[in-house]
Design a binder for this molecule. Structure first.
Ligand SMILES: Cc1cc2nc3c(=O)[nH]c(=O)nc-3n(C[C@H](O)[C@H](O)[C@H](O)COP(=O)(O)OP(=O)(O)OC[C@H]3O[C@@H](n4cnc5c(N)ncnc54)[C@H](O)[C@@H]3O)c2cc1C
Length: 266
């Protein structure tokens, strides 16, 4: 049995007051789907939980997100189960900073910016600079993630996310591949590529983006992009209990062209 005091603040000011009052004895909790597991596993229980919310299920049910930010829709819709998505949040998924987070890749290819607020003020951090290691981010203890901004022009990109996992549901990805493509005619004017579970943090792959720029959107080019993405210059997948590194590497090679085609739709 875990004993803690639970606060549901109604404003950001109230959040900061509670954070100042309880300091390291308090933990921010959104859906709690990572926090509660951590508390149970580590035997470290905060005395106070401060609640925040905005769920994966909201993103899954949003037509705007489905149409304009398709990869994010696909990522959020595949987190855990409906029960997990009903309470788990986008903010929690990003602040928890698991290398396998299902929404990290989609937000990387959408050029998302994390808006962090503390009593001292706000700062904006591009998601590429947000993750610094497994479960580690640049967010300071007194900061709350209050917004995730996605530039409006990113809705011009066609995007897709592929979660490659051992089962279809209730499983973390063995590998996550996110692709965004901006076509002018048949030519790739711009692209965004992100990979999860191939490095200590979710990563963008600028080498592949540079290779694709100005090339025709065709099989040979996409296959070459897969080769580049799976090379040691771009990703360093490791062996883990869920899968060996060589298989992750192979799946990056195979999935890059597949996800790029999926981004353009049927
Ligand atoms: C059964 C199960 C299945 C799961 N399956 C998946 C899966 O398939 N894919 C996947 O990616 N994840 C999965 N998860 C992990 C988890 O559900 C997600 O990471 C979820 O998005 C976490 O959101 P939350 O709101 O529950 O975060 P919480 O547990 O409330 O918080 C997580 C961390 O973020 C911090 N935090 C939360 N919100 C903020 C904020 N606004 N500002 C500052 N800090 C904040 C908290 O203090 C904490 O450190 C699963 C978890 C469970 C229990």
């Amino acid at each position: 049995m875990i004993n803690y005091e639970y606060f549901k603040p109604e404003s950001l000011d109230e959040v900061f007051e509670l954070m100042q009052q309880y300091g390291s004895r308090a933990a921010l909790v959104a859906g709690g789907t990572d926090v509660m597991v951590f508390i149970k596993q580590s035997n470290h229980s905060p005395e106070v939980l401060i609640s925040l919310l905005a769920t994966h299920r909201m993103l899954e049910q949003s037509k705007m997100v489905k149409n304009d930010l398709t990869a994010l829709h696909q990522g959020a819709s595949q987190v855990g189960s409906v029960q997990v998505r009903n309470v788990g949040t986008l903010g929690g998924n990003i602040c928890n900073a698991a290398p396998s987070a299902d929404t990290a890749g989609p937000l990387l290819i959408l050029d998302a910016v994390m808006v962090l607020q503390s009593p001292e003020g706000q700062r904006r951090v591009p998601i590429e600079q947000f993750f610094i290691g497994p479960s580690e981010t640049v967010k300071k203890d007194d900061e709350v993630l209050v917004e995730i901004e996605i530039p409006a022009e990113m809705s011009r990109f066609k995007t897709a996310y592929c979660k490659h996992a051992r089962r279809q549901a209730m499983n973390l990805p063995i590998i996550g591949v996110s692709v965004g493509v901006l076509l002018e005619g048949d030519v790739i004017a711009d692209s965004r590529i992100a990979l999860t579970v191939v490095a200590p943090t979710p990563i963008r792959v600028p080498q592949v983006e540079a290779f694709l720029k100005g090339k025709p959107f065709e099989e040979a080019v996409l296959n070459e992009a897969g080769e580049i993405a799976s090379s040691p210059e771009c990703c360093m997948p490791r062996d883990s209990v869920r899968c060996e590194g060589w298989y992750r590497e192979e799946m990056v090679r195979v999935l890059i062209p597949r996800v790029a085609r999926a981004a353009l739709g049927p």
